[in-house]
Design a protein around this ligand. Structure first.
Ligand code: HEC
Length: 131
């Protein structure tokens, strides 16, 4: 267990350093992002104060929050709880790009969005509805 959690912290740290040194994200198009976000709605709800989806947590209010802290009524994985991530543009971009690259044992079974412009659009949309 100790080995597992220190391995995932090392991966997370290496990943954050990479994300922090990468090029800044451009502003995306929220209308295009809304269409991309339909993939997320398979597992997430977004209404303020609303219930969680049966698969994943409600995402309203995640900007600026430590990972796994937004909803006290969702059973996050122990890896997400221990990740030490705070959700901002860089960490969300990395997560959406490939959640398993950030946390190999996350419960979010989503292959990720390799296209940077899609992620920029998605983040622009998420800012309009999640905060
Ligand atoms: C197949 C289901 C599924 C899909 C599709 C999915 N997610 Fe998730 N997501 C989850 C689950 C389950 C978790 C909890 C992960 C854990 O506890 O390890 C999660 C966690 C998250 C978190 C962390 C929430 C918190 O409170 O810390 C964010 C942010 C997130 N997802 C964003 C997205 C976005 C954006 C998309 C679309 C690009 C997406 N997810 C697609 C299932 C999914």
């Amino acid at each position: 267990m100790q080995l597992l959690s220190s391995t995932s912290s090392t991966i997370t740290l290496a990943f954050l350093l990479l994300a922090a040194s990468g090029p800044a994200l451009a502003e995306g198009n929220p209308e295009a992002g809304k269409v991309v976000f339909n993939q997320c709605l398979a597992c997430h709800t977004i209404d303020a104060g609303g219930p969680n989806h049966s698969v994943g947590p409600n995402l309203h209010g995640i900007f600026g929050k430590p990972a796994a802290s937004n909803r006290s009524d969702f059973d996050y994985s122990s890896d997400l709880r221990a990740a030490g991530l705070v959700w901002d543009d860089a960490t969300l971009d990395a997560w959406i790009r490939n959640p398993a690259a950030v946390l190999p044992n996350t419960r979010m079974e989503f292959l990720g969005l390799p296209k940077k412009d899609q992620r920029e659009d998605l983040l622009a949309y998420m800012k309009t509805v999640l905060r």
